[in-house]
Design a binder for this molecule. Structure first.
Ligand code: PLP
Length: 399
């Protein structure tokens, strides 16, 4: 039998999808499931965006287009980053891709050599270490710990920089913790990157889903525009997951490299999606602030109540739409709590190990269901919590 290339065996999947398929099975059996496992907004794009895609298809905007993306969309993204993040970016520094994940993969293919080392946060999006290994490089994690409010420990990262370290990846606000890296952390990471001549891959996909202050990108710090690649997209901020729209922002020579990869793989991003993306960026109906306000409400309701359930502990995230919950005090493993919640309570959440070893005592809940469903989920969790409360009491009272 011909062999599959070994790089594929280096790749791993995403835990959320396994829980999602089990949840779907249970639903088929007639069970009621509250879905808090996937990072997919329950909103849909604003009406003008949907009108724009319809009009684009009707007027024949369904052709091969520029490999880098439509010039008008690239200019619109540059303007949007100026408006929302005060970044000075030229349209020629933007490359459009089908999804943030594809922009990430292109950037990693362009920057990482086999044998390189790549620093990435633990916990974080599982694709960072997976794709790093797929490229023949070594994925080296740095921890985001609860005792540090999930901020990076710069001394730990500095100690892990080796001669072969080429890329530092981070994601702020972070999936799954919701942490927004502090100004001090960004400044120190920037210094480290300059000192060791590293590329910085800044995954800013949750930048708009921010509950306090203004978003600060590492790109804006002195000397960082030339070594930073911003990854972003439309899936989360504009609730356009299935449209497959993302982009990378980098200096022109990086964009040229990404462009060559586009040319050799998918040719271009769908023209009609790109036309409608311009409408999304304009956000004429203020859909984005309305969604963020709703996520904030959900965060406050869900996490406020969750913290009253014995055994659960959750810091209030500053961004994204997740609750990252420490379940150590239940006395059960997070896999066992995940199973109990799904099978007995009908609440789908993910055991934190899916996001790295530091996630072993955590569960991630995505706040992507309406508040009445979140309230129902809380009642169900409260009910099954009697399980571990009984167990922990039994253990505690044993001699
Ligand atoms: N980066 C992070 C941190 C994510 O959480 C996700 C999606 O869950 C992505 C990238 C992928 O985004 P997209 O759906 O646009 O490919």
């Amino acid at each position: 039998m011909p062999k599959i290339a070994s790089r594929v065996s280096q790749l791993t999947g995403e835990g959320a999808l396994a829980v999602f398929s089990r949840a779907k099975e249970l639903e088929k059996e007639g069970r009621s499931i509250i879905h808090l496992e996937l990072g997919e907004p329950d909103f849909h794009p604003a009406a003008p965006v949907v009108d724009a895609v319809r009009a684009a298809v009707a007027s024949g905007r369904d052709r091969y287009v520029s490999t880098r993306g439509l010039p008008e969309l690239r200019a619109a993204i540059a303007g949007y980053l100026q408006r929302t993040r005060k970044l000075d970016v030229a349209a020629e520094q933007v490359l459009v891709a089908p999804g943030c994940k594809m922009a990430l993969a292109l950037a990693m293919m362009a920057l990482i050599e086999p044998g390189d080392e790549v620093l990435y946060p633990d916990p974080s999006f599982p694709i960072y270490p997976s794709f790093t290994r797929g490229l023949g490089a070594k994925a080296v994690s740095y921890s985001l710990l609860e005792k540090n409010k999930f901020q990076p420990d710069i001394a730990e990262i500095a100690a892990k920089v080796a001669p072969k370290t080429r890329v530092l990846i981070f994601n702020s606000p972070n999936n799954p913790t919701g942490t927004v890296f502090s100004d001090a952390a960004l400044a120190q990471l920037a210094e480290l990157a300059k000192q060791h001549d590293l590329w910085v891959l800044a995954d800013e996909i949750y930048a708009r889903i921010l509950f306090t202050g203004e978003y600060k990108s590492i790109w804006a710090l002195p000397g960082m525009a030339e070594r930073t690649v911003i990854i972003d997209g439309f899936s989360k901020s504009f609730a356009m997951t299935g449209w497959r729209l993302g982009y990378a922002v980098a200096q022109k020579r990086v964009v040229d490299a990404l462009d060559m990869l586009v040319l050799n793989t998918f040719t271009c991003t769908a023209e009609f999606s790109q036309v409608a993306a311009i409408e999304a960026l304009n956000d004429s109906t203020h859909a984005v602030p309305a969604m963020v306000a709703e996520y904030r409400k959900r965060r406050d309701i869900f996490i406020g109540k969750l913290n009253t359930i014995p055994g659960f502990r959750c810091q209030i995230p500053d961004g994204a739409f997740y609750a990252w919950v420490n379940i150590e005090d239940t006395g059960m493993s997070s896999e066992a709590v995940q199973k109990l919640l799904l099978e007995e309570a009908g609440v789908a959440a993910i055991a934190g190990a899916a996001f790295g070893a530091e996630g072993r005592n955590y569960l991630r809940f995505s706040l992507v269901s309406a508040t009445h469903l979140l309230e129902e989920a809380l009642e169900r969790i409260q009910r099954v919590s009697l399980h571990w409360r009984a167990n922990t009491h039994a253990t505690a009272s044993r001699p």
